[in-house]
Design a protein around this ligand. Structure first.
Ligand SMILES: *[C@@H]1O[C@H](CO)[C@@H](O)[C@H](O)[C@H]1NC(C)=O
Length: 305
C-alpha cells in the first residue's frame, strides 16, 4: 500500500514537471508532446502563442472580448509626457490581428464604424465608415505609466522607487532596464511615473505588451498564470499600486480633429473671439459718434461765420 502511494506520488510529481504550461497567460491552453500553447481568441479561432515571452496585446484583447461574449471571467474593476501623447478612451474592443499578433492598422470592432490604431491598438484617428483607409500601423515607441501606490509605513526615496520598479519590471515582464528611461516619484501624491521607451527605429521590441500586462496587474487581475501580485520591493517594503494611467506616444502625431479634441478649449476660443468683436464694435460706434459730433460742431461754426 505504502509502495503504491509512493508510486502514485512519484508519477504525479513527474507528471507535474513534464507538464507543458504557459506562465505568461492564465487563458492559454497547452498540449504536451510536443509542447504547444494556444489562446482562444474567438469561436473556433485559436492562436499559437510563444509562452516564453509576454503574449501579443492584440491576441489578449481579442481573447478578453471572446471571453466576455461567452460569459467567462474577465473581471474588470501627472500628465502627458508630450503634447502628442494620448490615452485610451475606448477601452477593449474586438480587434483584427495579423498572424504574428500585431494589430491591423484599421479596426472596426465587427461594426460599420472603423478607425486607425497604433501598434498598441489604441485609436489615433477619428472614427469613420468602412471606406476609411489606414496606410500603415504607426509604431508606439513610448509608454508613460502613471501610477499611484498605496500608503507605506515608511517613506521611500525616488532612488529606492526607481531601483525597485526596474527590478520588478525585469523580473515580471522581462523588460530590460535599458527600456526604463525614467522613473519619477512624488511622495506627497504617492505618484510614480515610469517612462518606457525604445528607439524610434526599433521594430523588434514590443513595449505595448508590457503596457497591457501592467495595466491588468494594477486595474484588474494579473494575466500571468500564477496570479502573484505586482508588488515591487522598495527599501524593504512591498509597494502596492492602486491606480494606473497609460499615455501612448507614437512615431507620428495622432490625427484627431479639433471637434473631438477639447470642447472646453473651443468654447473658450469662441468666447474670446466674441468678446473681441464686441469690443471692436463698441470702439467703432464710439468713434463714429464722436466724428458726427465734430462735424456738427464744425457746421455750426461755419454758420456763425
Ligand atoms: C465594440 O463592440 C462592443 C460590443 O460589440 C462594444 O461593447 C464596445 O463598446 C465596442 N468598442 C468600441 C471601441 O467601439
Amino acid at each position: 500500500m505504502k509502495l503504491l502511494i509512493a508510486l502514485a506520488l512519484v508519477s504525479f510529481a513527474v507528471g507535474a514537471f513534464s507538464q507543458c504550461a504557459c506562465p505568461n497567460s492564465k487563458w492559454a491552453v497547452c498540449d504536451d508532446a510536443p509542447c504547444q500553447c494556444t489562446l482562444l481568441v474567438g469561436a473556433n479561432d485559436k492562436r499559437v502563442v510563444d509562452c516564453t515571452k509576454l503574449l501579443p496585446k492584440c491576441f489578449l484583447m481579442k481573447a478578453q472580448m471572446h471571453r466576455a461574449r461567452t460569459g467567462k471571467d474577465t473581471r474588470t474593476i501627472g500628465g502627458k509626457p508630450v503634447e502628442t501623447a494620448f490615452v485610451d478612451n475606448d477601452g477593449v474592443y474586438d480587434p483584427d490581428c495579423e498572424a504574428d499578433g500585431k494589430f491591423k492598422a484599421r479596426q472596426c470592432n465587427n461594426t460599420e464604424v472603423c478607425w486607425c490604431v497604433n501598434s498598441a491598438g489604441v485609436r489615433r484617428t477619428e472614427k469613420g465608415d468602412k471606406s476609411l483607409s489606414c496606410e500603415e500601423l504607426v509604431e508606439t515607441y513610448w509608454l508613460r505609466m502613471q501610477m499611484v501606490h498605496k500608503e507605506l509605513p515608511k517613506t521611500v526615496t525616488k532612488a529606492d522607487v526607481k531601483a525597485g520598479i526596474e527590478t520588478a519590471m525585469l523580473a515580471r515582464y522581462k523588460l530590460d532596464k535599458s527600456f526604463v528611461k525614467d522613473v519619477d516619484y512624488d511622495p506627497e501624491g504617492r505618484m510614480i511615473i515610469v517612462d518606457v521607451k525604445k528607439d524610434m527605429t526599433d521594430r523588434t521590441n514590443d513595449l505595448t505588451r508590457v503596457g497591457w500586462y501592467m495595466e491588468k496587474d494594477v486595474k484588474e487581475l494579473p494575466q500571468f498564470n500564477d496570479q502573484n501580485k505586482f508588488e515591487p520591493m522598495v527599501a524593504g517594503q512591498k509597494l502596492e499600486m492602486e491606480k494606473i494611467v497609460v499615455y501612448y506616444v507614437d512615431e507620428k502625431a495622432p490625427e484627431f480633429t479639433m471637434k473631438n479634441l477639447t470642447g472646453g478649449v473651443i468654447a473658450v476660443i469662441v468666447v474670446v473671439i466674441v468678446a473681441v468683436i464686441a469690443g471692436l464694435l463698441v470702439l467703432f460706434f464710439m468713434r463714429r459718434r464722436e466724428q458726427q459730433r465734430y462735424s456738427k460742431a464744425q457746421g455750426r461754426e461755419m454758420d456763425n461765420m
